[in-house]
Design a protein around this ligand. Sequence first.
Ligand code: FAD
Length: 362
Amino acid sequence: MDILDSVVIGAGQAGLAASYFLRRRGIDHVVLDANPGPGGAWQHRWASLGMDDVHGVADLPGAAAPGRSPRAANVVVPDYFAGYEREQGLPVVRPVRVDRVDGEGDLLVVRAGERAWRTRTLVNATGTWTRPFVPYYPGAADFTGEQLHTADYPGAEHFRGRRVVVVGGGASAVQLLGELAPVADTLWVTRRPPVWRDDFDAAAGLAAVTAVEERVRRGLPPASVVSVTGLALRPQEQEAARLGAYDRLPMFARVERHGVRWADGRFEAVDAILWATGFRPAVDHLAPLHLRGPEGGIALLPVPGNVQGATTAARDPRVQLVGYGPSASTIGAPRAGRQAALAVARQLASPAVPGRADDLTG
Ligand code: FAD
């Protein structure tokens, strides 16, 4: 089996950007992607999510991203990625779902079923979409209604005339309530009171990303960048606001057969629970490399002056993580891709030893 200089896992925004910069440096690599076609997680977003609804898709290196329009993001962004892969001639192989990555002496072995790739370095860009997170609440298994996660949201019509509790304090919950409230009877519950802001600017964005970077540097599991930027209502959510959809309740204590109950005994009957409770990094295939620290997260080495540029796993300098922690946004991912390619080039030029990278933080 040939030995590659690098393998990128995942062909979303982060993986494509990394591949672009690896290619520019002449680094021999492949991009392995589990999806059947281009588009990363965007190909799976719900059909009613238009390009007017998304926060914004940042440019891939050297190619302007599609702008705002009413067209569906799950068509527009995959088309953009497909054109990019073609025009840049990126070496994407799909569908390949990586099961595990093992260390083998100086090399890493990337395995997908019977197939394996040997490589000197790895860029992990697997996003979060494949790991929807639903918190545990007692009684949830006995609920007789429907339970869905954002990742399975079938559109507002599915809920017409029904009573739906939307769980979660992030941008997805706000967006889904905006669609649901005009056609369904909604309840909104969040653990903490939502933080509304209408003054979100570049400085606030940097502060938000810096907060995530700080967590990752300390080896804590990353919070989502979007979760720390605060919430805002857009024109398309005003009708829901008038209907009172954003009058939030605290979290219920348990789920019962026909509804949800709070600790003080209050009960609300509901037909459906929509868990808008976010995602976790899809990094289980890296478990054999023991990158996680005692705090449960994969610590990344900080890059002074570049909070979105932290990509190198502190426990193994052969491994870069892009679209993870501080770079988990469409803006952060391309920047991290550039930094990851630089770190790969340095590693190839002067290989550092796994387990010793902590020394570099000092
Ligand atoms: P992804 O796009 O998820 O790509 C990861 C790729 O890796 C996928 O193709 C997947 O199939 C592949 N993969 C995963 N596991 C494996 C494996 N084991 N083997 C092989 N391949 C694998 N961010 C913004 O900045 N702006 C927005 O407007 C915005 N809108 C969002 C809307 C929604 C509904 C959600 C859920 C998130 C949104 N985000 C937004 C966050 C967004 O997910 C990221 O910004 C960005 O798209 C993630 O890119 P990525 O390349 O890291 O991951």
